[in-house]
Every structure is written in structure tokens, then in C-alpha cells.
Design a binder for this molecule. Sequence first.
Ligand SMILES: [Zn+2]
Length: 276
Amino acid sequence: MTNPLIQAYRKPVLYVSLPSGGKFYDTKPKLSVDGELAIYSMTARDELVSKTPDALFNGEATFSLIQSCAPDIGNPTEMPVNDLVVILIAIRMATYGDAIDVDVKCPECDNMNQLTVSTNALLGSVKENVALDKVTLDNKFVIKVKPYNLHDRTKLQIQRLKQQKLIQNLADAELSDEQRQKQFGETFLEIADLTVTLIANAIIQVKPPEGDTVEDEHLILEWLKSITKEDYDKIRETVEELSESGVDTKFDAECIECKHTWNTNIDLDIANFFAG
Ligand SMILES: [Zn+2]
């Protein structure tokens, strides 16, 4: 932001700590002296973008929103995915204030309750993710990993959506069983290949018990395709733990009809985030 008008007009509304602690970025984000990220409220354009459901699925809208409201991130496509939810909650809070209204159905009487969740409380539950970023396999290979980045996670989501649609279309289409099976097989292979590629992208280096440490992504991908399911799962689980945001979405609900109380979960989808 070098335009003096914009600089004078737009100020950070709040500061937030990141689950990643600012680690795992190729370009380090600019954080405050307390290690927190500045969050700005949405512009009129951002609000329009955030309310276009179709645009949200392609990832571009998310990137543009973060660029506008958390400009110190630098390049949002390479940010670790565990910071995403926290930044979106903070943008929501900076724009619309503390309360998120959610509809929750009572499990006892089916009454639809409108409850209010505090974004401040959600952000208050966030701690730095301290999961290990190293896996040691039984054969003494040591693998250094990082969380998924936003670009890769978005790619996987798009692929999953495409797959769901395709499966639906295949079920409806007039195809022979053989044709249908072939197409199903191809989509599942595509997803499997993509998943392996994304895990490979999350591997920083592989150190065999003897010999040199390898950082070349092609060699790592090739190696990953050759290892056992047990070792693969170990690596995948570590990447997934590192990718957790740690936001505690559970809260106590009480039904206004029958006074039943229960513990429930708020589903933080984009619609909940940005319904003003
Ligand atoms: Zn009830």
C-alpha cells in the first residue's frame, strides 16, 4: 500500500496470532513486534467477492480477500493452510464485529435455534501448532515436512468437487457398465495421483540412513510413489497434524423450546464466515 490516500484511510482493525507462528512461509509474513498479523476490514469490493458463492470455489476469491485484508501475508497462495481459518475469522470480525449467528437444530425436539457464537472466543482458542515437522520411519529414513499450502489445498478441493459432480453425472448417464466402471476408475486414479503429489509438495527433504539428504522434488515424488502404505500414512498423518488450525469450534448450545443442552460444533464454511 503506497498510495497515501489509502494509507491514511485504511488502518488495521485488529491483530491476530497465527497457528503457524509465521513458520513454513517461503516469503515470511510481516508480523508486529508481538508476532501478530494485522487485519483490515473488507472493502466494498471484498464484500461483493465474498458473497459470490461460485467464485469462492475457485480459490481466486479467497486469495484476493487475504491479499486485501491481510496484505502483510505477501503471497497467500503459498501460505500454510492452518492459518487460513484464523485469518478468515479475523477478517470477519474486523468487518462485522464479534457475533456469528448460526442455525442449530435441537437433537431432542428438532427446533431450529439461532445461536450466536463469538469470533473473539474462537480466536481466543487458537494456539500455535506445535506438531512435529519430522517423521522417522522404521528403517531410519528421516523426512522433514511442512503443512499443505493454500494453493495445493484449493487444488484438492476443486478436484474433489469435480469428482463428486462426475460421479453424479456417471450415475445419471446412459452408459454401459463397462464404460461407467472405466470412467470411475480414471477419476479415482486422478485423485490418488493428486493426493500423492500434494504430500510430496509438503516434504522439504528426505534423509536416508546412509547417503545424502535429498531435496529434489521429482526424486522425492518418485520415492513417495515407491514406499509402503504404512510409511506413506505416517508421513501423511504428520502433514495433516501440521495443517490443523487448532480453532476450537465446539460450543454449548441450549434449545429455547425444550431447554435441552448439548455440545455442538460450528461448521465454519464460507457462508457462515461472510453472511454479514
Ligand atoms: Zn429442543
